[in-house]
Design a binder for this molecule. Structure first.
Ligand code: NAD
Length: 497
């Protein structure tokens, strides 16, 4: 059995871990590796190595940092297929989808390559006679990232290229369910010339996470995962005086107006609901049809859902892979069951899905549930599986009110040919990322990604300008170089210009 170790100080390390966790192949249902689960001492070792590396890394010039980032970007590009295959093997998503994930991560590295520009401060000449004022931003120290299973390359890359570009050193605690991609990323950082100890990977579960949250030498924590854990991370790390951004779960709605092109909307709806088996924080899980848009949309998504080719992620013919674990499958199937019991209508039922030759895989087929009401469990829960619920309402205002009443506020979309409806929606909806005829409105790397309400604890979104701000703190300098021939004497009043 292959053992996946930590990456501390520029090399693989077993540290003091004695516990391990299983890493499954979701397409076969077999265990393919075991991953070390860190003890608090292992986290301590990684942090002390990172703390030492910070002393020199924070002094490295911006142009030298940018050169390493450019090289890292080239290596990620060259090895993107390998990264995608590792993701497909451990997460289960299809390789083409995994390649898209790697590319979106790579775009954050490209953004971070502009660090000399991004860290420029401000300067005001002569704010008072002979006095200048300027600001600049400094790194925080050792910062940590705790990440979910569903994007094992992209989500950590929302964090570490920017944190490191800003002069911090980084400890990543990736998901223990698909840990291998982070090890290749660590190797690529080393090959790019990043000094040892600047990027570290510690695998583990709650015990490792708690050690991160409590470690006094960690200045900031970025978290992405489910809402209950995001809330917990935010509370515990904040109580320990750390800067925290904790992105949580989601329930993303897409409104379909009667004036929408049904073919276009349904194509995008099935892609957004079933891509990556619905295991995306920006997946559309609730279609909200307005007025008489319902029947046409349900017929179209039903026909398209039935045709989705489900199979192992490595098979180029597959459009959708398995879900991450047997427990995830059972939970999703249970929720579909509850929808049927609570009076919704299953037009496509993925509960008994089987894939030839892969009997042990964690399969759930695409599922469409019509006539869902907001009281049902399928609506209330973040299902995180290939399930599209259809809720029918009478007006765009009712649709917006439904979305605003939902505790989550990550992403949302509207399908319409009415500029007026789209504008009312973009202004009225209480959600962080909004799409207009775009189902998965993930901001580009030079904007910031984040939701509202229970989809985010903390006040900074990730990457883009808010990422730079999160990983640095500002200093403002007031400076005077007096002319020796102009003595001013002591002045006891409050300084003004
Ligand atoms: P998760 O919350 O179970 O795990 C996330 C991380 O927290 C992992 O590293 C895990 O080891 C750790 N963790 C789990 N339980 C813990 C506990 N009790 N104490 C301390 N740490 C713990 O999430 P997941 O199942 O890996 O990922 C899916 C979730 O992530 C979904 O809810 C999804 O919406 C969310 N997500 C959100 C975004 C976003 O941008 N808002 C992006 C991707 C995923």
């Amino acid at each position: 059995m292959r053992t996946i170790e930590h990456w501390i100080g520029g090399r693989r390390s077993a540290a003091s871990s004695s516990r391990t966790g299983p890493v499954w192949n979701p397409a076969t249902g077999e265990q393919q590796a075991e991953v070390l689960l860190a003890e608090p001492d292992d986290v301590g070792t990684a942090v002390s190595v990172a703390r030492e590396a910070f002393e020199s890394w924070s002094q490295v010039s911006l142009s030298k940092r940018a050169k390493i980032l450019f090289k890292f970007r080239e290596l990620v590009d060259a090895r993107s297929r390998e990264l995608a295959e590792i993701i497909a093997d451990e997460h289960g998503k299809v390789v083409s989808d995994a390649l898209g994930e790697v590319q979106r991560g790579q775009e954050v590295i490209e953004f971070a390559c502009g660090i000399p520009h991004l860290l420029k401060g401000e300067y005001s000449d002569q704010v008072s006679t002979g006095v200048d004022m300027f600001s600049f931003r400094e790194p925080l120290g050792v910062v940590a990232g705790i990440t979910p299973f569903n994007f094992p390359v992209m989500v950590p890359m929302w964090m570490h290229p920017i944190a490191i570009a800003c002069g911090n050193t980084f400890v990543l605690k990736p998901s223990e369910r698909d840990p291998s991609a982070s090890m290749l990323v660590a190797e690529l950082w080393a090959e790019a010339g990043l000094p040892d100890g600047v990027f570290n990977v510690v695998h583990g579960d709650k015990s490792a996470v708690d050690a991160v949250l409590d470690h006094p030498e960690i200045s900031a924590v970025s978290f992405v995962g489910s809402t209950p854990i995001a809330r917990y991370i935010h509370q515990r790390a904040s109580a320990n005086g750390k800067r925290v951004q904790a992105l949580g779960g989601a329930k993303n709605h897409a409104i379909v107006m009667p004036d929408a092109d049904v073919d276009f909307a349904s194509d995008h709806m099935v892609a957004a609901a079933f891509g990556s088996a619905g295991e995306r924080c920006m997946a559309i899980s609730a279609a909200v049809t307005v007025g008489d848009a319902g029947d046409g949309l349900v017929d179209a998504v039903t026909a398209k859902a039935e045709k989705v080719r489900v199979g192992p992620g490595r098979d180029p013919a597959s459009e959708m892979g398995p879900v991450i674990t047997a427990q995830a499958r059972d939970r999703i199937v249970g929720l579909i069951e509850s929808g049927a019991e609570q009076g919704a209508r299953l037009t496509v039922d993925g509960r008994e899905y089987a894939v030839d030759g892969y009997d042990g895989g964690f399969w759930v087929g695409p599922t469409v549930i019509d006539r869902v009401t907001p009281q049902m469990d399928v609506y209330q829960e973040e299902i995180f599986g290939p399930v599209l619920s259809v809720v029918r309402v009478d007006s765009v205002d009712d649709a917006i009110a439904l979305i605003n009443a939902n505790p989550y506020g990550n992403g949302t979309a509207i399908f319409t040919s009415s500029g007026e409806a789209a504008r009312r929606f973009q202004r009225g909806v209480q959600v962080g990322m909004v799409g207009i005829n775009v189902p998965i409105p993930v901001p580009m790397a030079y904007y910031s990604f984040g939701g509202w309400k229970e989809s985010l604890y903390g006040d900074k979104h990730v990457h883009g300008p808010e990422g730079i701000s999160f990983y640095t703190r500002a200093k403002v300098v007031t400076s005077r170089w007096p002319h020796v021939e102009q003595p001013v004497g002591a002045s006891y009043h409050f300084p003004t210009s």
